[in-house]
Design a protein around this ligand. Structure first.
Ligand code: JHZ
Ligand code: ZN
Length: 409
């Protein structure tokens, strides 16, 4: 474990702690048995008073975090749909640029893809459907990467200069027109090295498309459960813009998406280029919302305590959870809530236990549903999909949503 003393973006040592969730276990370190021990690490968030990046106070070894990783992106229809839409937007944009450059009809150059943090191939599958040719995928966990389509070269490694530069030379790996990194950039400690590694595979015109949960929504909507040891950084546009500029790149555009409780999609290119007005507007909105001032974060921390107290008063041990998400692990452990069980469709999670609270994770069961009066939405980001599905099975009980405030529906 590494203690963070300097900001990951600007190097400043002026880091102020605004949230302390206690010593928590690793969110995806699911247990085989309720008797198993689990290691705990501090879960505290610091704000850089100079560039306004929020970051954890410690970095846990990624080899510990990402071995036997049970999360599978493809389980949610909403996320698959999100990847489909993303591929469509990028393909349309690619085709429009190709046409504008004077080429027509069947002569369209095929866009190519490198996907970082490919998980089970959820994103690659949707990009292939839109005519992208995968160059290679990077996914450190071998077992997770089994879902990636067989015709895609898979590198079971972390995206770092030390691991990728020798591979590039040995295997003469080419570049790609698009490099995607969805829900992985916040997991990276050395984000400058991440960008230098990307440069190895950038050609003229390559776009890096990064998606990260947006700290603006985390703070304004009290999404404290998106804080766990995998998420080292909680990004605003302001520090990101500085990061890319200092790396000799340009954040050319940024768009907002609803997925995972509020996500930003960043478009990054090599060199100094014009920026969309959206980039400036979002930085302004962050400032106007108080997010360049530590007091707003301290107010967030007080709201988190209120949610904890409300949930503890409401949730009894006959309540069932839906979605053994990483978020759920933070929520249950921080609030010290002990549910009857958690339903989850991920085969790799079923039969295991949430660390710290030792709640069993089981498949959805029709008979148990009939005896259930309250379900706690531990994957509130997929509330519509989950509620529609379970209500359609005849569920007549109530739903509890923990954020932005505790709500019984
Ligand atoms: P879900 C994920 O975090 C992964 P998590 C990662 N840590 C990250 O960075 C963030 O997103 C942004 C289950 N489920 O996706 C599947 C069903 O069983 O909200 C999952 O276990 N049936 C890399 O883990 C869980 O719920 C369903 O119908 O907090 C959802 O976890 C649906 C919709 C979900 O993220
Ligand atoms: Zn900083």
């Amino acid at each position: 474990m590494r203690q963070v003393t300097n900001c990951r973006v600007c190097g400043s040592s002026r880091l102020e702690k605004y949230l302390d969730l206690g010593r928590l276990p690793l969110a995806n370190g699911l247990l085989q048995s309720p008797q198993d021990e689990c290691e705990r690490f501090p879960l505290e968030v610091l704000l850089c008073l100079d560039c306004h990046l929020s970051q954890l106070s410690v970095v846990v070894d990624p080899k510990v975090l990402y071995s036997n990783y049970p999360y599978r992106s493809s389980v949610s229809t909403t996320f698959r749909r999100h990847c489909y839409d993303m591929a469509r937007v990028l393909k349309d944009d690619h085709d429009a640029k190709w046409r504008a450059s004077g080429h027509h009809g069947y002569d369209i150059e095929q866009p190519t893809l490198i996907d970082i943090g490919a998980n089970d191939g959820c994103l690659i599958n949707q990009f292939k459907r839109h005519g992208f040719r995968p160059v290679f995928a990077v996914e450190p966990d071998q077992e997770t990467s089994r879902g990636i389509p067989g015709d895609t070269l898979v590198l079971n490694n972390f995206w770092s200069f030390n691991s990728m530069a020798p591979m590039q030379r040995l295997m003469t790996l080419p570049g790609a027109s698009h490099i995607t990194a969805t829900n992985v950039f916040a997991h990276v400690d050395d984000i400058k090295d991440f960008l230098e590694t990307a440069k190895l595979f950038m050609q003229c015109g390559t776009t890096i498309i990064i998606e990260v949960p947006y700290a603006y929504h985390m703070v304004l909507n009290n999404e404290f459960d998106t804080i766990y040891h995998e998420h080292l950084s909680y990004f605003l546009v302001k520090p990101l813009d500085r990061l890319f500029t200092e790396a000799g790149m340009t954040l050319t555009d940024v768009t907002e998406h609803q997925i995972h409780g509020g996500t930003i999609r960043l478009f990054v290119k090599n060199g100094k280029l014009p920026q969309s007005k959206r980039v400036f507007d979002m930085v302004d909105r962050e400032a106007m919302s108080g997010l360049h001032d530590v007091d707003r974060y301290k107010q967030f921390a007080r709201s988190v305590e209120d949610i904890r107290d409300d949930l503890r008063a409401l949730v009894k041990d006959d309540v069932v959870g839906f979605g053994a998400s990483a978020k759920g692990c933070t929520l249950l452990n921080y609030c010290d809530i002990h549910l009857k069980e958690i339903w989850d469709d991920t085969p790799q999670k079923q039969g295991k236990y949430v660390p710290g609270v030792y709640t069993p994770i089981v498949p959805f069961n029709f008979d148990r549903m009939r005896q259930t009066k309250h379900i706690l939405l531990l994957a509130w980001n997929f509330a519509d999909e989950i509620m529609r599905k379970i209500n359609a099975c005849g569920y007549e009980g109530k739903w509890i949503r923990p954020v932005p405030y505790v709500e019984v529906m």
